[in-house]
Design a protein around this ligand. Sequence first.
Ligand SMILES: Cc1ncc(COP(=O)(O)O)c(C=O)c1O
Length: 392
Amino acid sequence: MSHSTATTDQAKEGSPQGKAATQPNPVPFMSLALEQADIDAAVSVLHSGILRQGSRCAELETRFAAQTGATHGLTCSNGTTALQLAYGALLQPGDDVLVPAWTYIATASMLVAAGCNPIFVDCLEDTFQIDVEDAEKRITPNTKAIAATHLYGMPVDIDAVEDLAKRKGLRIIYDSAQAHLATYKGKGLGTFGDANTYSFYATKNLATGEGGMVTVNDETLNKDIAALRSHGETDKYLHTRIGFNYRMNDITAAIGCSRLDRLEAQTNTRRQNANRYDAMLADIPGLQAPTRTEGAESAWHLYTVKMDLSKFSMSRDDFCAKLKEQGVPTAIHYPRGLTRQPAFDPYVTEHPKVADSLSAKVFSLPMHHDLTDEHFGQIGRALTDIANSNCT
Ligand SMILES: Cc1ncc(COP(=O)(O)O)c(C=O)c1O
């Protein structure tokens, strides 16, 4: 991984506080290494000379969509353009759209890019996911959709979202950028909503560098998004609406296909690791393991813990600094809620209470498929030592 990539990853994933240049044996925060098969897959596309969106993109679309339970997949350049494509096909400029105040910026910023008005909704104190009761209170006569993120890989309460959408006639777009292969009530996330959008950014569970996908279950919508992805082209050089060039290329897709071979096994390992963390945290005072949405199986992109600050004699940042000293890196997802982002000032009328309080309390621990018994031993000792000495 080049130095500049590391810097970008750090910015994107939230400045690992323990990026421990001075630590002899830090636990790796993520596991990003490619295998030889991934490199071979990319090289074989290079040898073919066909570098555009082609058969490897088609393969990734078919396989990934099927694994998430969706009927159609559309590869695209990244998770941000995936959102823009889904919003562009399903929404109209001027629509009000419910969106969590606690998510990555793209879920809401691409609404603004589509000419819509984001209505910021609070999140639940326990699961950190969108608070559907709060969403209902914020509906305006002009509200046309709900854009909900399966944050950290944990599905939202899909039954509640669907019930609200049905009663109020709302479209549903799920930002599944962090939730590859997560399930709800035994079904893949692709079976729910009007569209699901994914990111294959370099640090995501399925990582192609840059990359993304939209999945849908409607043939017409599939065609609309395919056209939007490529200059609104519906026939050769016939452009029926203004579109973009948001296509993926086959080098990227080949890496995605190769890594997809391992995704299910790696997701299962993440789930086992989440169970290990849960058991560990049950014995540590003042730290709350992430609560699971009922009926959901998370993809565990991130394992994000909440501190009970009233019990600690130190701040979250000081706690994380102590962890860093013991070789345990952490990252903050996120340092501020979206209503505190200056870019959204024109759309903010208040700061939803829970979302506004989480930025001081949460931190993410290392979560990936390469964590070992030794890593868990090191993390457990560090958390226990620091919590026991600083928590009442
Ligand atoms: C929830 C969420 N939505 C959207 C995105 C945007 O994806 P990308 O970085 O591939 O554009 C991300 C990426 O970090 C994300 O975490």
